[in-house]
Design a protein around this ligand. Sequence first.
Ligand code: ATP
Ligand code: MG
Length: 344
Amino acid sequence: MEKKPVMLSGDRPTGRMHIGHYVGSLANRVRLQNEGKYQPYVMIADMQALTDNARDPEKIRNSLFQVALDYLAVGIDPAKSTIFVQSQIPALNELTMIYMNLVTVARLERNPTVKHEIQQKRFNESVPAGFLTYPVSQAADITAFKAAVIPVGDDQEPMIEQTRELVRSFNHIYDSKVLVEPTGYFPPQGQGRIPGLDGNAKMSKSLNNAIYLADDEDTIQKKVMSMYTDPNHIHVQDPGQVAGNTVFTYLDIFADDSSYVAELKAQYQHGGLGDVKIKRYLNEVLQAKLAPIRERRAVFAADLEQVSKILETGSAAANETAEATLQQVRDAMGINYFQSAGRR
Ligand code: ATP
Ligand code: MG
């Protein structure tokens, strides 16, 4: 049987997953998984989550199962995708150490996503070394599985680029063809970074501005009704702004009836359409999308033993693949000194 190209993606277990993750990454992964052209791996990046949560391992531990449930709820299928836990794959750490020598501190400090996150997290001068270097560990994750396709949101583009550089350096320096250069697979324009309910540029677990896949009906409704719109649209008859109006941003993404959304927009801009009306419509749209996800989630949540088994089985399979790559990497570098003694 011909080997399919590998697709890999992952999420930090720092909380439950939200509708930004859904359109930014999960929906693409499920679609690509079901198309069957790739061999999918899905990683829960607990080691990466620890790079900025070292003092709160309990949060990571709790979120691990939440993320797994979110995966299963949206349709990531363990029969098709290998779902695994990063910390259970020791080869990833070894690869990280090897790659660390192929990147400069200056290059790490230039990564725009990391730079932005350092500001956002207010690390000031106290950036954990593991945090600054997490793009290197991400390169290890990607290359361990020789992943060719990485379905991610826009903030991940610099990581893919850094991985590509590392792959080129490695293959060049050690005159090898072991590592594979990955390509990012991004959502359509405008969906790679979903804004938050508060109008912030990014819906994020850490900013408390998200609608979660697990939110119940009432919570979704409350969140939608309190959403950021056009702050100058005070009276129903006032003309309102559509651009930058988060309710319309979400409608563009989630509503199937785009001609109805276009009608609403025209009416809103003209004046005479109130925020409550457009929010009610958005609520309907989101409830319809999220109800089946929530129901599937509840089924798996009632059997955590099974979820644990899925992660354990996936991790064992992933471990074998990563070990095989590490062996090739060691061979390429000639650091396989005691091979005959059967070290691995
Ligand atoms: P954290 O605050 O812990 O970094 P996060 O919300 O950024 O959490 P990640 O686990 O870092 O989530 O990212 C998982 C995937 O979801 C990545 O591919 C990322 O690009 C994508 N993603 C995250 N937030 C959004 C968003 N608001 N819109 C679209 N895609 C997103
Ligand atoms: Mg993130």
